[in-house]
Design a protein around this ligand. Structure first.
Ligand SMILES: Cc1ncc(COP(=O)(O)O)c(C=O)c1O
Length: 464
C-alpha cells in the first residue's frame, strides 16, 4: 500500500489514487481466490508486488510503528475520512494485521463465491464482544418495557457465557439460552420482534456440542436476523460456517489457528450483505469492516502487529496440522471410549455423539485427503468423564505426566483441564447446569505429539 510519488495536494487526487489502490487489492484477492487452501494460507495477499515494496522480503514485515506518515494534507484528510485505503494509526488498522485479516477472510470463504471482510482483535473475547455488542444498539422506536434479546446456545465457552450474563445484569438485555443447540425449533420459538441475533459455538467448548448451521441460518434469515458462529475449535481448515449460511464467524486465534502459543488474539469474519435489524447501514453492507472502522476504533482492542505475524506464521500450516492432529484425536477418543474407567466420551467423530451425523456432513477437511477425496475431520478437542466421578477425575488428572494441566486448547502441546473448577467455575452451579457441564468432565485438547505417547500417558493416568 506504500505510495512513493505524490499525485498532488488535493483531496480528490488522493481519493482517485485510493480507488486505484483498492482495485489493486481487489485484483490480488481475485488471484488468491483461484488458489487452493494451503496456498492461500501460505501467501494470503502478500505477493511479488508487495514484496518488492518491502525491500524484497518474502515474509510479511512487522510494521511496529504506531502511526503512518502522510505525504501531504490531502492524503491525511482522505485517509482519516476513510476515502482511501490507509492505516493511519495502529489502534485502527496496520499493514501487518491487514495481511492476517485478508488471509482469514479468504480462508473462511474458501470454495465459495462469497465476499467477506475480517477484523482481528487483541483476544478472542474482544472478538465475541465486538461482534455481539455491535448488534445490541438501543432502538429508539422500540416500545419501553420490551428488552432487547438474543438467542444463544448455552453450550459455549465460559467467557462468552459470562459476557452474555454481563449484558443481562448490566444492560438489561435478555439472553434466551438454548440448552440443546441441536434443537433448531427451540431457536425459532425464542425469536420475537426484539431479537437481534442467533449465536452458536460449533463445536462448543467444552461440551463439543454441534448445531445445524444451515437450518439455523434459514431460521435466522426468515426473521431478518444474522447467525453468528464461534468456530474457534474447528477452524476454517475443517468447517467454514459462511459457506453453510452463517453471517458472522468468530475465532479465538489464541487456539488452533495460533497453535504455537505466541499470541492471544481474536477475529470477526463476516460475509458482505447480512440481515441486521437495528444499527448503521454499514453493518448490513460490510459488518466486519464497519466494526473495524468505528466501534473497534473507539473501544480499542487492537491486535499487536507482532502478534499478527506470529499468527500468520502458524496459519500457513493450519490445514495439515488440523488434518494430522484430528486423526490423532480420533484415535485417542476411541482409546478412551474403550477404557473401563471411562463412563462417557464426547467427541464428534464418534458415531454415538448426538451431533455426529451433522459433523460428518459439515466438517470437511479443505481440499480433502492426500488424494483429494472428501473427508471429514472432527477437530482436536474432546471431553470425557470417569465412572468414579469428580474424585476419580482429579486423581487421573493429577497423574498426567506428558499432557499439560492448563486452561488451553488447540495448542501444539496436548493439554487437559477440568472445566467445572477452572474455565467454567465462575458461571456457578446453575450456569454449569444450564450449559450441561458435568462436575467431573475432563476436557482434552490434542496437539502434535505421537498418538502412542498420548495414549500411554492417558493409560497411566487412568490406572489410578
Ligand atoms: C470457543 C472459544 N471462544 C472464545 C474464546 C476466548 O478467546 P481468548 O481466550 O482468546 O480471549 C475461547 C477461549 O478459550 C474459546 O474457547
Amino acid at each position: 500500500m506504500a505510495i512513493n510519488d505524490e499525485p498532488g495536494n488535493s483531496l480528490d487526487a488522493w481519493v482517485a489514487r485510493g480507488a486505484e489502490m483498492a482495485q489493486g487489492m481487489a485484483d490480488a484477492r481475485a488471484v488468491a481466490r483461484r488458489r487452493r487452501f494451503d496456498t492461500i494460507a501460505v501467501h494470503g495477499l502478500y505477493n511479488h508486488v508487495a514484496a518488492a515494496a518491502n525491500q524484497g522480503a518474502i515474509i510479511e514485515p512487522a510494521y511496529l510503528a504506531p502511526a503512518q506518515h502522510f505525504h501531504d494534507s490531502g492524503e491525511l484528510e482522505a485517509a482519516l475520512a476513510y476515502l482511501m485505503p490507509a492505516w493511519g494509526y495502529s489502534r485502527l488498522a496496520n499493514p501487518s494485521t491487514l495481511y492476517l485479516e485478508e488471509t482469514l477472510a479468504l480462508l473462511e470463504t474458501y470454495g465459495t463465491s462469497l465476499e467477506a471482510s475480517a477484523l482481528v482483535t487483541g483476544s478472542g473475547m474482544a472478538a465475541v464482544h465486538l461482534a455481539t455488542n455491535a448488534l445490541l444498539a438501543v432502538d429508539p422506536s422500540q416500545p419501553a418495557g420490551a428488552p432487547i434479546n438474543f438467542v444463544a446456545s448455552a453450550k459455549c465457552y465460559g467467557g462468552s457465557f459470562m459476557l452474555f450474563q454481563r449484558y443481562a445484569t448490566e444492560r438489561g438485555i435478555e439472553v434466551r439460552w438454548i440448552t440443546d443447540p441441536l434443537d433448531t425449533e427451540a431457536f425459532e420459538r425464542a425469536i420475537d420482534a426484539n431479537t437481534r441475533f442467533l449465536y452458536v459455538e460449533v463445536p462448543s467448548n467444552p461440551a463439543l456440542a454441534l448445531a445445524d448451521i444451515p437450518a439455523l441460518a434459514d431460521i435466522a434469515h426468515a426473521a431478518g436476523l444474522p447467525l453468528l458462529v464461534d468456530s474457534t475449535v474447528a477452524t476454517p481448515a475443517l468447517l467454514r460456517p459462511l459457506s453453510l449460511g452463517a453471517d458472522v464467524v468468530i475465532h479465538s486465534l489464541s487456539k488452533a489457528i495460533g497453535s504455537s502459543g505466541l499470541a492471544i488474539a481474536g477475529a470477526v469474519i463476516a460475509r458482505k450483505g447480512i440481515p441486521v435489524r437495528v444499527g448503521s447501514d454499514g453493518l448490513r453492507t460490510d459488518f466486519a469492516m464497519e466494526v473495524k472502522l468505528l466501534p473497534s476504533r473507539d473501544l480499542g482492542p487492537a491486535l499487536s502487529p507482532f502478534s499478527a505475524l506470529a499468527l500468520l506464521s502458524d496459519l500457513r500450516t493450519l490445514r495439515t496440522r488440523m488434518d494430522a492432529w484430528s486423526r490423532t484425536a480420533l484415535a485417542v477418543a476411541r482409546f478412551l471410549d474403550a477404557h473401563p474407567a471411562v463412563s462417557h466420551v464426547s467427541y464428534p467423530g464418534l458415531a454415538e455423539h448426538p451431533g455426529h451425523a451433522i459433523a460428518a456432513r459439515d466438517f470437511r477437511l479443505a481440499d480433502g485427503d492426500d488424494d483429494g477425496h472428501e473427508v471429514a475431520r472432527y477437530s482436536t478437542l474432546m471431553g470425557f468423564t470417569l465412572a468414579g466421578g469428580m474424585e476419580a477425575a482429579r486423581r487421573a488428572y493429577d497423574r498426567l505426566s506428558l499432557i499439560f494441566r492448563a486452561t488451553d486448547l488447540g495448542r501444539v502441546k496436548s493439554v487437559a483441564v477440568i472445566p467445572s473448577i477452572s474455565t467454567h467455575q465462575q458461571q456457578g452451579e446453575a450456569g454449569r447446569a444450564t450449559a450441561q457441564i458435568a462436575p467431573g468432565l475432563i476436557r482434552l485438547s490434542i496437539g502434535g505429539e505421537h498418538r502412542d505417547d498420548l495414549i500411554a500417558d492417558l493409560a497411566h493416568a487412568l490406572d489410578a
